[in-house]
Design a protein around this ligand. Structure first.
Ligand code: G4F
Length: 339
């Protein structure tokens, strides 16, 4: 009998890679999807184009306990990967209320419904290095205290503690992945990596003449999403539930990212990047670098793609996207990058 997994946020970057990974391992894969996504499958289910035929989609709304309860009362799962969230940090400053409501309640609804209906289902929560925020030690590890710097970070700290609480209070198998930034050609256009690689491709192709960015000095530990979803799966295969940092252990500034990405197509970023004060955040996370020794030792997990490989892959992919003339087929919110 193959195992059955439920993925919330299956239409996103991580959800789509995780679905492909679990299918390759012989899983029956199910996903929760907002009903509106089914009305625009071309755009909203685009990242699932390689596996849409092989997965089971359930329309559901994570803002409603009844909706989550309904799906879990009709289908049994061995594993649940809760990835759905409002995950853009800048947006959480514009509307902290909806970020907190979606991220905290959504997590709580899933955990409460699982406890009621299928307490043996193993649960993964997508925690984040944003929880470390104003970092208390470097590199950051599982024992590093949290000091979130945005409503998004606060919502992830709440989700983290909810997950630990269901593990301790009800003996459920619940894990937190504390994932550092992870990117890919499937990354949303509002995040800085994709904004830069897509901007580079547009400039190189003569479609744009500049790229407006905010804080170039922020440092992040950037890995590849395809590597990171494998760690999510490994966490749920252990004898005991636990929490793990997933990171490369390398940190680079946004400025270095620009340097690498522009040089990939033979350009100098200083000729094109303009500083835009409106993109700076009210509170910044200055430096993230993770220590993933525990994941290496316990899960036998290692990242395969490093920073340079990641940037190369993303720039080349965006160059292809533009040269194939696919830009006009992209949904409007994607064709006009923000952030
Ligand atoms: O790409 P970002 O928007 O990612 P951020 O804020 O680090 O969050 C991402 O990683 C987290 C894991 O640590 C996830 F939990 C979260 O969901 C998300 O995936 O920004 C990265 C850095 C920031 O310091 C930002 O201020 O880039 C800086 N930046 C500079 N100019 C910019 C820009 N960020 C964006 N999005 N757009 C800019 O123009």
């Amino acid at each position: 009998m193959s195992k059955r997994a439920l993925i919330t946020g299956i239409t996103g970057q991580d959800g789509s890679y995780l679905a492909e990974h679990l299918l390759s391992l012989g899983y029956e894969v199910h996903g929760l999807v907002r009903r509106v996504a089914l009305e625009q499958p071309q755009q909203r289910l685009g990242r699932l184009r390689n596996c849409l035929e092989d997965i089971h989609i359930h329309p559901s709304n994570l803002d409603s306990y009844a909706s989550v309860f309904h799906v879990l009362s009709k289908n049994r799962f061995d594993e649940c990967y809760h990835l759905a969230a409002q995950s853009f940090v800048a947006e959480s400053f514009s509307d902290g209320f909806s970020t907190m409501a979606t991220n905290i309640n959504g997590t709580h609804y899933i955990l409460a419904a699982l406890q009621e209906l299928q307490p043996d289902c193993r649960f993964y929560f997508a925690g984040s290095s944003e929880m470390f925020g104003k970092v208390r030690e470097t590199p950051q590890r599982e024992a590093t205290p949290f000091h979130p710097r945005s409503p998004y970070g606060v919502s992830k700290v709440a989700g983290f503690h909810l997950t630990v609480n269901y593990r301790e209070a009800y003996g459920m198998y619940c894990c937190n992945g504390i994932l550092f930034n992870h990117e890919s050609p499937r990354r949303g256009f509002e995040f800085v990596t994709r904004k830069i690689t897509y901007g580079v491709a547009r400039i190189k192709s003569g479609l744009a003449s500049e790229l407006r960015l905010g804080n170039l000095e922020a440092k992040r530990d950037w890995g590849h999403a395809r590597d990171y979803v494998k760690a999510m799966h490994l966490m749920l295969q252990q004898p005991k539930p636990d929490d793990y940092v997933i990171a490369t252990g390398e940190t680079h500034s946004v400025r270095e990212l620009c340097e690498f990405a522009f040089s990939e197509v033979g350009l100098d970023y200083r000729d094109y990047v303009r500083i835009d004060q409106t993109v700076f955040r009210p509170a910044e996370v200055d430096l993230l670098i993770g220590d993933a020794s525990k994941a290496r030792n316990v899960l036998n997990w290692e990242p395969r793609v490093n920073f340079v490989g990641l940037v190369e892959e993303m720039v080349q992919s965006d160059m292809k996207l533009i040269s194939a003339g696919n830009e006009k087929d992209m949904p409007r919110e994607v064709a006009t990058p923000v952030g």
